[in-house]
Design a binder for this molecule. Sequence first.
Ligand code: ZN
Ligand code: ZN
Length: 288
Amino acid sequence: MALLGAHVSTAGGAAKAFARGSDIGCESLQIFVKSPNQWRAKPLAQEDVDAFRAARAAAPQPVVAHAAYLINLASPKEDVLERSKAALLDELQRCSALGVDGLVLHPGAHLGAGVDEGLERIARSLDEVLAADPGITTTVLLENTAGQGSTLGASFAELARVLELVDQKDKVAVCLDTCHAFAAGYDLASAEGYRATFDEFFEVLGRERLACVHLNDSKHPLGSRKDRHDNVGAGLIGLDFFARVIHDGALQGLAMVLETPLGDDDLGHKRDLETLRALAPQLAPAGA
Ligand SMILES: [Zn+2]
Ligand SMILES: [Zn+2]
């Protein structure tokens, strides 16, 4: 089975994430290593780093972080691009200090400059950032997007293009968001669509590039290009998909984290994890 987890808060110190995760039944975690809506943050304190590493050693599990939403490595605006690269470098250094495995990053939006130019700019920016500090141990995980506006990376082909252009290929992989894929037109709701989606991913990107899954249902329909997450089984992707994906033999041991609504009682992730674990395995249709 996959290692099921959730995005958890680090309020009060990064190490607190582990207790929050274990309280709701996580076997993998996603965190923020700084506020996702701000460019800058104060440096991590060494005691926070030590506490985080100690807590993880006591409960070993995959941990990824999600990068700030402001970062746009495809921006044609020079000042935004420079800030984006600096912000990504800072987050990768924080992640590396903490020992976080991967940093999930929205690839970027070309803002009218065009798809090809945008993808090239992302690859050049990634190389520049990764080359700036040889001490970076955290992998950049490009996340597929719903394809809203001029955002890049809604198709696996676009993500593959960035990987093709990047020099430091061993430091970049992919996080697959199921809500985004569905909104971008990958029909995860049906058995045939499930097979076609993963076959395309494995063919275009390769199984070894899949480092993490964001396990979200979708409030908006297939191909809507709208990014609104829903709780497991409450959205338009539906429970059959989740029963397939968490038991898929090709995805065993992969971190799959929820980014679903928490609800008024803040227990949405706990409920979703219970729902997932209660699902009878659905066999994923055989691969091509
Ligand atoms: Zn996501
Ligand atoms: Zn999303």
